[in-house]
Ligand binder design. Sequence first.
Ligand SMILES: [Fe+2]
Length: 411
Amino acid sequence: MTFSSRDFERAVGMIVGVAKIGPATPKPLAYRLLRRLGVLKQLPWSWTDSSRLDWMPWGPLKDVEFPRATPPTGLSGPWPQTPVVDEGFSAPILNVGPQERWEHVRYNITRYVGQIVLLTPVAAVKALKGPRLEPIDDAKLADLFANTSFAQFICPELDPPDLTAFADLIPSGSERSYMKVDFSAMDLLGKPLPGIYVAPTVSLLEDLGGGRYRFRAIKVGRKVLKPEDGASWTLAKYFVLQGAQIHMVTMVHPKLHFPQDAVNAITKTILPEGHILSRLLRPHTQLTLGLHESVIHHRRSVLHNSQREIYTPFPFPTEGIHASVAIGMRGVPGNSAYPPYQFGNFLPGIHTMADIVRSGLMQCSNLHPWWQRRYPLTTPVSFRGQIKSAPGCLDFLMAAESSRRIILPAL
Ligand SMILES: [Fe+2]
């Protein structure tokens, strides 16, 4: 048995949690030191929290009386129900039970607390030393959007307002060579935190072929800026990156987590104990219900961006972050960059090189023994094109049940 760095972080988190010191308390002494050193602008607990957090606990979720779900007659177990934090969220699973909650504390929370203890000194030195903002040239910006997970933000569809704003820049007949990166929803998230500036942006990208792009213009609010616009262009690029970060973490990422709770809970409740499908799915559904229940409903979760915590990095107060999650779910009508969430095989950024590489890796994972050795608890089956809807998902799973490529979890 090996003792990894993760285990070390968890051990530290466990000690801190049991001793009720440091980040396991609402007002850690070390934060006063960080304030004195100038790392923190003000003491975290001097911030006022949103009233949305009033009912949320500082301690364990077991102390909260959540509404009970109502599964169909004859079934008992976790079941999706009406959201309690924001009506725009996907159906949450509440009262997930002691086992799911304990696994979340044992594997997620302890590591989180351990990381706060172990990584804060380095983060504090970096914050003091700077630079906090690194310059970025146009080529690097384009490369980030072509070859990293930001590629999913390249939207091949220009909508009527985009065509109007960028009319002078798109030669007639070559419309198909132009795409956009749209972070205009930054305008829908309300006022930012005091002292923070945000701006909605829509960038016009020229497709140069071979997975390469060029930023031709950035619309900030109503102003269209071009590379020759000097400092304004530099600032516009920062706003694009800010939009990318907020969209990635608070609008896109929640869609990878929360909507699948329904499949997770229903599967666990419907399938008989020991059923092969239940065994196949178990590795994919572990450490999830407890995590999500806590992420959405615990006041110290990063999802609420309470400035009483030192790990909450977003520029908007709680209401803005919740709005962002909700926009990710329902989309923005009339804007091709913000489709509503739909369960299925849609993988964002499907037309970009980054996606082609990702797809290739998924295919390889089917075949390569290294992958199977490395992740023995996974079911390395290519699912692209096979899961089209919830019923389709079940068809796929039924087919997978008899597939020789499946590695059965060692249960
Ligand atoms: Fe995640």
